[in-house]
Design a protein around this ligand. Structure first.
Ligand SMILES: Nc1ncnc2c1ncn2[C@@H]1O[C@H](COP(=O)(O)OP(=O)(O)OP(=O)(O)O)[C@@H](O)[C@H]1O
Ligand SMILES: [Mg+2]
Length: 333
Protein backbone atom coordinates (compact mmCIF):
# COMPACT_ATOMS: atom_id res chain seq x y z
CA UNK A 1 0.00 0.00 0.00
CA UNK A 2 2.81 2.35 0.93
CA UNK A 3 4.55 1.75 -2.40
CA UNK A 4 1.28 2.41 -4.13
CA UNK A 5 0.79 5.78 -2.44
CA UNK A 6 4.43 6.66 -3.12
CA UNK A 7 4.11 5.95 -6.82
CA UNK A 8 0.83 7.82 -6.99
CA UNK A 9 2.39 10.92 -5.47
CA UNK A 10 5.39 10.61 -7.76
CA UNK A 11 3.02 10.55 -10.72
CA UNK A 12 1.25 13.64 -9.44
CA UNK A 13 4.60 15.33 -9.05
CA UNK A 14 5.70 14.45 -12.57
CA UNK A 15 2.45 15.14 -14.39
CA UNK A 16 2.93 18.96 -14.66
CA UNK A 17 6.40 18.53 -16.21
CA UNK A 18 4.93 16.08 -18.68
CA UNK A 19 2.28 18.59 -19.74
CA UNK A 20 4.90 21.33 -20.14
CA UNK A 21 7.04 18.95 -22.21
CA UNK A 22 4.14 18.21 -24.50
CA UNK A 23 3.62 21.92 -25.00
CA UNK A 24 7.27 23.01 -25.40
CA UNK A 25 8.80 19.84 -26.82
CA UNK A 26 11.33 17.58 -25.21
CA UNK A 27 14.81 18.83 -24.53
CA UNK A 28 17.97 18.02 -22.60
CA UNK A 29 17.62 15.67 -19.67
CA UNK A 30 13.84 15.53 -19.87
CA UNK A 31 14.13 12.15 -21.64
CA UNK A 32 15.12 10.70 -18.26
CA UNK A 33 12.02 12.18 -16.71
CA UNK A 34 9.80 10.74 -19.43
CA UNK A 35 11.23 7.26 -18.97
CA UNK A 36 10.83 7.59 -15.21
CA UNK A 37 7.22 8.63 -15.65
CA UNK A 38 6.51 5.81 -18.08
CA UNK A 39 7.96 3.25 -15.69
CA UNK A 40 6.05 4.75 -12.76
CA UNK A 41 2.81 4.61 -14.74
CA UNK A 42 3.31 0.98 -15.70
CA UNK A 43 4.04 0.00 -12.10
CA UNK A 44 1.07 2.07 -10.91
CA UNK A 45 -1.39 0.38 -13.26
CA UNK A 46 -0.11 -3.11 -12.47
CA UNK A 47 -0.18 -2.53 -8.70
CA UNK A 48 -3.60 -0.88 -9.01
CA UNK A 49 -4.88 -3.88 -10.91
CA UNK A 50 -3.59 -6.31 -8.29
CA UNK A 51 -5.19 -4.27 -5.47
CA UNK A 52 -8.53 -3.96 -7.21
CA UNK A 53 -8.65 -7.68 -7.92
CA UNK A 54 -7.66 -8.46 -4.33
CA UNK A 55 -10.18 -6.16 -2.65
CA UNK A 56 -13.14 -6.04 -4.97
CA UNK A 57 -13.26 -9.32 -6.90
CA UNK A 58 -16.17 -8.94 -9.32
CA UNK A 59 -15.61 -5.29 -10.13
CA UNK A 60 -12.22 -6.21 -11.54
CA UNK A 61 -14.12 -7.96 -14.35
CA UNK A 62 -15.11 -4.50 -15.60
CA UNK A 63 -11.42 -3.63 -15.76
CA UNK A 64 -10.63 -6.88 -17.54
CA UNK A 65 -12.95 -5.70 -20.32
CA UNK A 66 -12.05 -2.01 -20.24
CA UNK A 67 -8.25 -2.23 -20.24
CA UNK A 68 -7.86 -4.28 -23.44
CA UNK A 69 -10.31 -1.95 -25.25
CA UNK A 70 -8.38 1.06 -23.98
CA UNK A 71 -5.05 -0.43 -25.03
CA UNK A 72 -6.37 -1.32 -28.52
CA UNK A 73 -7.87 2.16 -29.00
CA UNK A 74 -4.70 3.93 -27.85
CA UNK A 75 -2.47 1.71 -30.00
CA UNK A 76 -4.68 2.28 -33.04
CA UNK A 77 -4.58 6.03 -32.63
CA UNK A 78 -0.82 6.02 -32.09
CA UNK A 79 -0.31 3.84 -35.13
CA UNK A 80 -2.33 6.25 -37.29
CA UNK A 81 -0.52 9.26 -35.85
CA UNK A 82 2.92 7.76 -36.43
CA UNK A 83 2.16 7.20 -40.11
CA UNK A 84 1.37 10.89 -40.51
CA UNK A 85 4.43 11.84 -38.48
CA UNK A 86 6.71 9.94 -40.84
CA UNK A 87 5.08 11.60 -43.87
CA UNK A 88 5.30 14.99 -42.22
CA UNK A 89 9.04 14.60 -41.62
CA UNK A 90 9.76 13.95 -45.28
CA UNK A 91 7.58 16.93 -46.28
CA UNK A 92 9.51 19.10 -43.84
CA UNK A 93 12.65 17.88 -45.59
CA UNK A 94 11.20 18.92 -48.92
CA UNK A 95 10.34 22.38 -47.60
CA UNK A 96 13.86 22.84 -46.25
CA UNK A 97 15.37 21.69 -49.53
CA UNK A 98 13.24 24.04 -51.60
CA UNK A 99 13.99 26.92 -49.29
CA UNK A 100 17.72 26.25 -49.48
CA UNK A 101 17.62 25.96 -53.27
CA UNK A 102 15.72 29.22 -53.60
CA UNK A 103 18.18 30.94 -51.29
CA UNK A 104 21.28 29.60 -53.00
CA UNK A 105 19.93 30.01 -56.50
CA UNK A 106 18.29 33.37 -55.99
CA UNK A 107 20.32 35.00 -58.78
CA UNK A 108 19.57 32.24 -61.25
CA UNK A 109 15.89 32.37 -60.37
CA UNK A 110 15.83 36.13 -60.93
CA UNK A 111 17.86 35.91 -64.12
CA UNK A 112 15.34 33.50 -65.64
CA UNK A 113 12.36 35.32 -64.17
CA UNK A 114 11.22 32.19 -62.35
CA UNK A 115 10.10 33.83 -59.11
CA UNK A 116 6.42 32.98 -59.60
CA UNK A 117 7.24 29.39 -60.45
CA UNK A 118 9.44 29.02 -57.36
CA UNK A 119 6.85 30.66 -55.12
CA UNK A 120 4.17 28.29 -56.45
CA UNK A 121 6.40 25.29 -55.88
CA UNK A 122 7.13 26.39 -52.32
CA UNK A 123 3.47 27.09 -51.69
CA UNK A 124 2.34 23.70 -53.00
CA UNK A 125 4.79 21.84 -50.79
CA UNK A 126 3.72 23.90 -47.78
CA UNK A 127 0.06 23.18 -48.55
CA UNK A 128 0.78 19.45 -48.66
CA UNK A 129 2.69 19.62 -45.37
CA UNK A 130 -0.14 21.60 -43.77
CA UNK A 131 -2.68 19.02 -44.96
CA UNK A 132 -0.68 16.13 -43.48
CA UNK A 133 -0.12 18.13 -40.31
CA UNK A 134 -3.87 18.74 -40.03
CA UNK A 135 -4.63 15.03 -40.39
CA UNK A 136 -1.92 14.18 -37.89
CA UNK A 137 -3.35 16.60 -35.31
CA UNK A 138 -6.90 15.32 -35.84
CA UNK A 139 -5.71 11.73 -35.36
CA UNK A 140 -3.71 12.48 -32.21
CA UNK A 141 -6.57 14.70 -31.01
CA UNK A 142 -8.80 11.63 -30.89
CA UNK A 143 -6.73 10.32 -27.99
CA UNK A 144 -8.19 12.46 -25.20
CA UNK A 145 -11.91 12.12 -26.12
CA UNK A 146 -11.62 8.38 -26.78
CA UNK A 147 -9.73 7.73 -23.55
CA UNK A 148 -12.12 9.98 -21.60
CA UNK A 149 -15.17 8.22 -22.98
CA UNK A 150 -13.78 4.80 -22.14
CA UNK A 151 -12.82 6.14 -18.72
CA UNK A 152 -16.39 7.29 -18.09
CA UNK A 153 -17.92 4.06 -19.34
CA UNK A 154 -15.61 2.02 -17.13
CA UNK A 155 -16.58 4.02 -14.04
CA UNK A 156 -20.27 3.61 -14.86
CA UNK A 157 -19.73 -0.13 -15.41
CA UNK A 158 -17.94 -0.46 -12.06
CA UNK A 159 -20.71 1.46 -10.27
CA UNK A 160 -23.40 -0.71 -11.82
CA UNK A 161 -21.61 -3.95 -11.01
CA UNK A 162 -20.93 -2.70 -7.48
CA UNK A 163 -24.51 -1.51 -6.94
CA UNK A 164 -25.88 -4.89 -8.03
CA UNK A 165 -23.51 -6.63 -5.64
CA UNK A 166 -24.41 -4.37 -2.74
CA UNK A 167 -28.09 -4.93 -3.57
CA UNK A 168 -27.91 -8.63 -2.79
CA UNK A 169 -25.49 -8.15 0.06
CA UNK A 170 -22.35 -9.48 -1.61
CA UNK A 171 -20.38 -6.29 -1.06
CA UNK A 172 -20.13 -3.32 1.25
CA UNK A 173 -20.44 0.30 0.17
CA UNK A 174 -16.91 0.95 1.44
CA UNK A 175 -15.49 -1.71 -0.88
CA UNK A 176 -17.24 -0.12 -3.85
CA UNK A 177 -15.79 3.30 -2.99
CA UNK A 178 -12.33 1.74 -2.67
CA UNK A 179 -12.75 -0.12 -5.96
CA UNK A 180 -13.76 3.02 -7.88
CA UNK A 181 -10.72 4.79 -6.44
CA UNK A 182 -8.46 2.00 -7.68
CA UNK A 183 -10.10 2.09 -11.06
CA UNK A 184 -9.59 5.85 -11.27
CA UNK A 185 -5.93 5.51 -10.39
CA UNK A 186 -5.40 2.74 -12.94
CA UNK A 187 -7.14 4.67 -15.68
CA UNK A 188 -5.28 7.89 -14.90
CA UNK A 189 -2.03 5.93 -15.06
CA UNK A 190 -2.99 4.51 -18.44
CA UNK A 191 -3.96 7.97 -19.71
CA UNK A 192 -0.65 9.46 -18.58
CA UNK A 193 1.15 6.52 -20.10
CA UNK A 194 -0.72 7.15 -23.34
CA UNK A 195 0.42 10.78 -23.33
CA UNK A 196 4.02 9.66 -22.83
CA UNK A 197 3.65 7.11 -25.58
CA UNK A 198 2.05 9.72 -27.85
CA UNK A 199 5.49 11.34 -28.10
CA UNK A 200 6.78 8.15 -29.69
CA UNK A 201 5.44 8.67 -33.24
CA UNK A 202 7.51 11.83 -33.65
CA UNK A 203 10.56 10.23 -32.12
CA UNK A 204 10.06 7.18 -34.32
CA UNK A 205 9.84 9.32 -37.44
CA UNK A 206 13.04 11.17 -36.52
CA UNK A 207 14.80 7.92 -35.68
CA UNK A 208 13.83 6.47 -39.04
CA UNK A 209 15.17 9.49 -40.92
CA UNK A 210 18.46 9.45 -39.03
CA UNK A 211 18.67 5.67 -39.49
CA UNK A 212 18.32 6.06 -43.26
CA UNK A 213 21.47 8.16 -43.32
CA UNK A 214 23.44 6.08 -40.83
CA UNK A 215 22.55 2.79 -42.47
CA UNK A 216 23.51 3.83 -45.98
CA UNK A 217 26.15 1.34 -47.01
CA UNK A 218 29.49 2.60 -48.18
CA UNK A 219 29.87 1.18 -51.65
CA UNK A 220 33.40 2.39 -52.22
CA UNK A 221 35.75 0.32 -50.10
CA UNK A 222 39.47 -0.09 -49.68
CA UNK A 223 41.15 -2.66 -51.87
CA UNK A 224 41.66 -6.02 -50.15
CA UNK A 225 44.85 -6.65 -52.06
CA UNK A 226 48.09 -5.92 -50.28
CA UNK A 227 50.13 -4.64 -53.16
CA UNK A 228 53.08 -2.27 -52.84
CA UNK A 229 52.13 1.22 -53.98
CA UNK A 230 53.63 2.31 -57.31
CA UNK A 231 56.07 5.19 -57.36
CA UNK A 232 54.69 8.67 -57.94
CA UNK A 233 54.60 9.45 -61.63
CA UNK A 234 51.54 11.58 -62.07
CA UNK A 235 49.77 9.75 -64.89
CA UNK A 236 46.08 9.16 -65.30
CA UNK A 237 44.58 6.75 -67.79
CA UNK A 238 40.97 5.97 -68.68
CA UNK A 239 40.38 2.62 -70.38
CA UNK A 240 37.00 2.23 -72.02
CA UNK A 241 35.23 3.80 -69.04
CA UNK A 242 31.46 3.77 -68.81
CA UNK A 243 29.82 5.36 -65.81
CA UNK A 244 26.27 6.03 -64.64
CA UNK A 245 24.97 7.64 -61.46
CA UNK A 246 22.78 5.35 -59.34
CA UNK A 247 19.20 5.51 -60.49
CA UNK A 248 20.01 7.40 -63.71
CA UNK A 249 18.34 6.24 -66.94
CA UNK A 250 21.45 6.40 -69.06
CA UNK A 251 25.20 6.48 -68.41
CA UNK A 252 26.81 9.94 -68.42
CA UNK A 253 30.10 8.55 -69.72
CA UNK A 254 30.37 5.91 -72.41
CA UNK A 255 33.59 4.25 -73.61
CA UNK A 256 35.98 7.01 -72.53
CA UNK A 257 39.65 6.41 -73.42
CA UNK A 258 42.51 8.81 -72.78
CA UNK A 259 45.92 9.09 -71.17
CA UNK A 260 47.13 12.13 -69.28
CA UNK A 261 50.89 11.88 -68.94
CA UNK A 262 53.06 13.39 -66.26
CA UNK A 263 54.06 16.98 -67.04
CA UNK A 264 51.25 17.39 -69.55
CA UNK A 265 48.08 19.41 -69.12
CA UNK A 266 44.90 17.69 -70.20
CA UNK A 267 41.83 19.82 -70.76
CA UNK A 268 38.38 18.34 -71.26
CA UNK A 269 35.93 20.47 -73.18
CA UNK A 270 32.23 19.91 -73.61
CA UNK A 271 28.83 21.45 -73.27
CA UNK A 272 27.35 21.82 -69.82
CA UNK A 273 26.15 18.58 -68.23
CA UNK A 274 28.06 16.36 -70.66
CA UNK A 275 30.06 14.75 -67.86
CA UNK A 276 33.35 16.64 -67.48
CA UNK A 277 33.14 16.87 -63.70
CA UNK A 278 31.99 13.23 -63.60
CA UNK A 279 35.26 12.20 -65.33
CA UNK A 280 37.26 14.04 -62.69
CA UNK A 281 35.27 12.47 -59.82
CA UNK A 282 36.25 8.99 -61.01
CA UNK A 283 39.96 9.70 -60.50
CA UNK A 284 39.95 9.98 -56.65
CA UNK A 285 37.28 7.22 -56.71
CA UNK A 286 34.45 9.36 -55.41
CA UNK A 287 32.41 7.02 -57.62
CA UNK A 288 33.20 3.65 -59.20
CA UNK A 289 33.02 3.02 -62.93
CA UNK A 290 30.29 0.81 -64.35
CA UNK A 291 32.66 -0.74 -66.89
CA UNK A 292 36.28 -0.06 -67.76
CA UNK A 293 39.23 1.00 -65.62
CA UNK A 294 40.74 4.17 -64.31
CA UNK A 295 44.48 3.96 -63.68
CA UNK A 296 46.58 6.31 -61.60
CA UNK A 297 50.35 5.87 -61.96
CA UNK A 298 49.61 2.72 -63.93
CA UNK A 299 47.54 1.03 -61.19
CA UNK A 300 43.79 0.56 -61.17
CA UNK A 301 42.23 2.95 -58.64
CA UNK A 302 40.27 0.00 -57.21
CA UNK A 303 43.58 -1.64 -56.21
CA UNK A 304 44.68 1.30 -54.03
CA UNK A 305 43.94 1.90 -50.41
CA UNK A 306 41.63 4.94 -50.56
CA UNK A 307 43.95 7.04 -48.38
CA UNK A 308 46.97 6.26 -50.59
CA UNK A 309 45.06 7.04 -53.76
CA UNK A 310 43.71 10.34 -52.54
CA UNK A 311 47.12 11.26 -51.15
CA UNK A 312 48.35 11.37 -54.76
CA UNK A 313 45.65 13.68 -56.00
CA UNK A 314 45.02 17.37 -55.59
CA UNK A 315 41.37 18.03 -56.37
CA UNK A 316 39.85 21.47 -56.82
CA UNK A 317 36.10 21.03 -57.21
CA UNK A 318 34.03 23.19 -59.52
CA UNK A 319 31.81 24.28 -56.65
CA UNK A 320 34.15 25.63 -54.02
CA UNK A 321 33.63 25.18 -50.33
CA UNK A 322 35.42 27.32 -47.80
CA UNK A 323 35.87 25.88 -44.35
CA UNK A 324 36.04 28.07 -41.28
CA UNK A 325 39.59 29.34 -40.89
CA UNK A 326 41.98 31.44 -42.95
CA UNK A 327 43.05 31.02 -46.56
CA UNK A 328 46.24 29.17 -45.67
CA UNK A 329 44.32 26.62 -43.64
CA UNK A 330 41.88 26.13 -46.50
CA UNK A 331 44.72 25.64 -48.98
CA UNK A 332 46.40 23.14 -46.66
CA UNK A 333 43.14 21.30 -46.28
N1 LIG B 1 25.44 13.15 -58.01
C1 LIG B 1 24.75 13.03 -59.15
N2 LIG B 1 23.71 12.18 -59.23
C2 LIG B 1 23.01 12.02 -60.37
N3 LIG B 1 23.27 12.66 -61.50
C3 LIG B 1 24.29 13.53 -61.51
C4 LIG B 1 25.09 13.77 -60.33
N4 LIG B 1 26.04 14.68 -60.64
C5 LIG B 1 25.85 15.00 -61.92
N5 LIG B 1 24.81 14.32 -62.47
C6 LIG B 1 24.33 14.38 -63.86
O1 LIG B 1 25.34 13.89 -64.70
C7 LIG B 1 25.46 14.67 -65.85
C8 LIG B 1 26.89 15.16 -66.00
O2 LIG B 1 27.18 16.03 -64.93
P1 LIG B 1 28.60 16.74 -64.79
O3 LIG B 1 28.55 17.54 -63.52
O4 LIG B 1 29.66 15.71 -64.90
O5 LIG B 1 28.60 17.68 -66.04
P2 LIG B 1 29.67 18.79 -66.44
O6 LIG B 1 30.11 18.42 -67.81
O7 LIG B 1 30.72 18.92 -65.41
O8 LIG B 1 28.75 20.06 -66.49
P3 LIG B 1 29.17 21.61 -66.21
O9 LIG B 1 29.78 22.11 -67.46
O10 LIG B 1 27.85 22.25 -65.94
O11 LIG B 1 30.10 21.62 -65.04
C9 LIG B 1 24.43 15.79 -65.72
O12 LIG B 1 23.31 15.43 -66.49
C10 LIG B 1 24.10 15.82 -64.26
O13 LIG B 1 22.76 16.19 -64.09
MG1 LIG C 1 31.31 20.40 -64.13
Amino acid sequence: MVIFVLIASLAQLLAPSLVSMMVDGVSGNEEGLIIMLAVAMIVLSVVGLIFSVAFSGQIAVVLAVAIPILVIAVTGILFGASRYSVKLRSKTDAINRLFLEALEGVRVIRAFNKQEHEIDRFEDTNEEAAEISRKSIVTSGLMTPVVNTLFGLTSVGAMMAGAANIGHGGMEVGSLVAATQYINIILIAIMLLASVVSMFPDAYACMKRIGEVLETEVTIRDSEKDKPEPSYRGTVEFRNVTFAYTGADAPVLKGINFVSKSGETTAIIGRTGCGKSSIVKLIPRLYDTLFGDVLVDGVNVKDYKLDDLRERIGYVPQKNVLFTGDIAENLNF
